[in-house]
Design a protein around this ligand. Structure first.
Ligand code: GLA
Length: 686
């Protein structure tokens, strides 16, 4: 492979010793870049000595290859045994600094995915300051690449953004302490001509839930360096002699069959080697959540009314959202006081849960453990538990402050309250929310020269707490959430098999949000609910059935006041649930194909899932905007077995997989906006 290096002297490029293969560092593809010694592209590792010297150069010291994959201490990561993957550990060192750097590459051979992480060990005698530790670096020639990212905002998360890769550095990042609504820890270099079905794609996704950066940089030699890791802004880690720093993992996926190939690799990797727990491969209970039904205005009677209607319709679980604790009647108080508000729920949770269980429903609850309201008993007793910079007034977000999750005592204090609540009743599901970004990021518990560690220690604290929760309540179904999809990332998926996708519950907006989400994340991870109309997000009115079709591919539920539905709407719920039970598993476990995108064609949306054995396929078609057509549309399908005959459950027509794929499926003619249909193909004997 050495010929690919094309070692040569770039003009106006500093060098060390002539004859040294790696003399002209700036033009050389490297696996992990140091800093200050002649590679002017992005540095993966920046180190500062106590004298303030800032240089680091890594050279090969050894390697070993072994089956399986080591866990990353304290961090979420993909996992796999000897049959699934092989790991290369590459050891490099900087002898001047006494630094050892271990680069880990785990290849999941059957999946075209490599997971990379980095460990830095200070083997010297002086403490060092790490000011940048990225987790992956990929140097390659520019092949007319586009850069693909997922941009967004609250209620519009993960909008697909594709643009031509230009010169210099093009970067996305989050310094909000969470992966964020605004940017997703994902970047792909995509051949300019690549589509859903053809072309090369190099993608990276960060298994991390805090500050990150991802960058593609085109150099003077038209080389591209793609990097990903913890955002260096605000980061500084003091590494004492003998200490090791473990950077989180980046998943790298390659596809030579377009974006669809990349997507399916991510889905398989995450379903098989990231998500854990009892619900990993199981259907998730259909639920009704009371948030958009009641907001803070509920009591036992109201909840039981909803639960009764839910039970009659066949819904399996009631989730009580925000407002059941402290004296929380709006968003201005009580975060941190995790005890039941007996005015709303007399007799506590146990009494309520027994009544809900007696109706045949499971019970779930909302919590927001990382936060503290200034109006709370916890804050009055421990104001120092909140993140704050001495002398500064502090910044509120949604009227709340952020707890210092880097502190063990703070975590213990909140955890003990949660433990008590969850042990007090038969609670089978928890929605863990997080409703503001981090500011004033300083901790009373850290030394002055360690304040740069706070953001990362915060994330480690959250991970530790969720791990503890899963250990103590191994049967719990955990759903993460951060004002909707503000922390929808692979780090969170390691702890919860599903995440609330967005606070935007309008069916039509959801098509675009779910399309962007499903570009990397399995459909089985997306919380998706049928909500009230006019939509609380954008006032749009859509038919009840269309809302159910838009939510069907995800973790299906309802988020409205069931008691206020019309008789016709109520009567539709059992059929919608039956459809979820009958076909939900194909979306959850099958191969996903994006057939048509409303955000591209402005007219209709269609996604497809094919079971792994290719015996059954489902097409979720939403006809968004009506347009006069003399002829119906024909949709070429994907992923079927060409030689297998399939019968349409709707028209009873039988055609070969090849005919459905290359001839296509005529779509039902629909008159009117916001309509839809599920179409099912089943393998048939001919
Ligand atoms: C966040 C969540 C919502 C809901 C509210 C409750 O915004 O995303 O689903 O739980 O908090 O305050």
């Amino acid at each position: 492979m050495r010929y690919l290096l094309r070692v040569c002297s770039g003009s106006y490029t500093p060098f060390r010793e002539k004859g040294d293969q790696a003399a002209f560092l700036n033009d050389l593809p490297v696996e992990y870049s140091g800093c200050g010694l002649g590679d002017f592209r992005e540095s993966c590792l920046r180190v500062e000595t106590k004298e303030g010297f800032r240089a680091c150069g890594l050279t090969y010291a050894g390697h070993r290859i072994f089956g399986g994959k080591p866990a990353l201490p304290g961090l979420p990561a993909t996992y796999g045994g000897e049959k699934d993957c092989t790991t290369l550990e590459l050891t490099c060192c900087d002898k001047v600094l006494g630094l050892t750097v271990r680069l880990y590459y785990t290849a999941f051979e059957k999946l075209d995915a490599i997971c990379r992480s980095v460990q830095i060990e200070n083997g010297g005698t002086e403490a060092l300051k790490l000011t940048t530790v990225l987790s992956a670096c990929l140097d390659l020639d520019n092949r007319n690449f586009d850069m693909l990212t997922l941009h967004g905002s609250w209620a519009y998360e993960r909008m697909i953004c594709r643009k031509e890769l230009g010169w210099g550095k093009q970067r996305i990042s989050s310094n909000r302490g969470i992966s964020s609504h605004q940017e997703q820890p994902f970047m792909a270099l995509v051949e300019h001509t690549a589509t859903q079905t053809q072309g090369q794609v190099y993608a990276m996704n960060f298994v991390y839930s805090g500050n990150f950066m991802a960058q593609a940089e085109t150099s003077q030699q038209e080389q591209v360096r793609m990097v990903m890791g913890i955002d260096p802004e605000g980061f500084g880690w003091r590494l004492a002699p003998g200490d090791t720093f473990q950077a989180p993992e980046v998943v790298m996926v390659y596809s030579d069959c377009g974006l669809g190939g990349m997507t399916r690799t991510f889905h398989d990797l995450y379903r098989g080697h990231l998500i854990r727990g009892p619900y990993k491969d199981k259907a998730r209970p259909s639920l009704v959540n009371n948030w958009e039904a009641t907001y803070f205005d509920f009591n036992t009677d109201k909840l039981l009314d909803i639960a009764r209607t839910a039970a009659e319709s066949g819904i399996e679980m009631l989730v009580v959202d925000d407002g059941w604790f402290g004296h929380r009647d709006n968003d201005r108080s009580s975060l941190g006081d995790w005890y039941v508000n007996e005015k709303k729920l007399p007799g506590g949770l146990d009494r309520l849960v027994r009544q809900v269980n007696a109706l045949g429903l499971k019970f779930g609850i909302w919590v927001e453990p990382e936060m503290i309201s200034p109006d709370s008993d916890l804050y009055r007793a421990h104001p120092d538990y909140a993140l704050q910079i001495p002398g500064r007034p502090g910044t509120l977000g949604r009227w709340q402050l952020v707890l210092d999750m880097s502190r063990q005592d703070v975590r213990d204090c909140v955890y003990e309250q949660l433990y008590k609540i969850l042990s007090s009743a038969n609670i089978e599901y928890v929605k863990w929310d997080m409703n503001r970004p981090l500011t004033d990021a300083a901790s009373f518990s850290l030394d002055d020269d360690r304040q740069g560690e706070l953001y990362h220690r915060y994330v480690l604290g959250v991970y530790e707490m969720q791990e503890r929760l899963l250990r103590d309540f191994p049967h719990l179904l955990l759903e993460n959430c951060a004002s909707g999809g503000g922390r929808f990332d692979p780090g969170m998926l390691y702890y919860s098999p599903q995440i609330w996708t967005s606070d935007n519950t309008d069916a039509i907006d959801r098509l675009r949000i779910q399309e962007g989400t499903a570009l990397i994340y399995p459909l089985s991870t997306m919380g998706a609910h049928v909500a009230a109309c006019p939509s609380h997000t954008n006032s749009r009115t859509t038919p009840f059935e269309t809302r159910a079709l838009a939510a069907l591919p995800g973790c299906f539920g309802y988020e409205l006041d069931l008691t206020k539905l019309s008789t016709e709407e109520k009567a539709m719920i059992p059929g919608q649930l039956e459809r979820y039970r009958k076909y939900g598993w194909v979306f959850r476990t099958g191969d996903y194909y994006r057939l048509a995108s409303y955000s591209e064609n402005g007219e209709y949306d269609a996604l497809m899932a094919v079971s792994k054995d290719k015996r059954i396929a489902v097409v979720d078609y939403i006809h968004v905007m009506s347009r006069e057509r003399r002829r119906s549309l024909i949709l070429p399908l994907q992923g079927l077995d060409e030689n297998q005959a399939y019968r349409s459950a709707e028209t009873r027509e039988v055609r070969s997989g090849a005919a459905w794929m290359y001839g296509g499926m005529p779509l039902p003619k629909m008159r009117g906006d916001f309509l839809g249909q599920l179409m099912v193909l089943e393998a048939a004997a001919v």
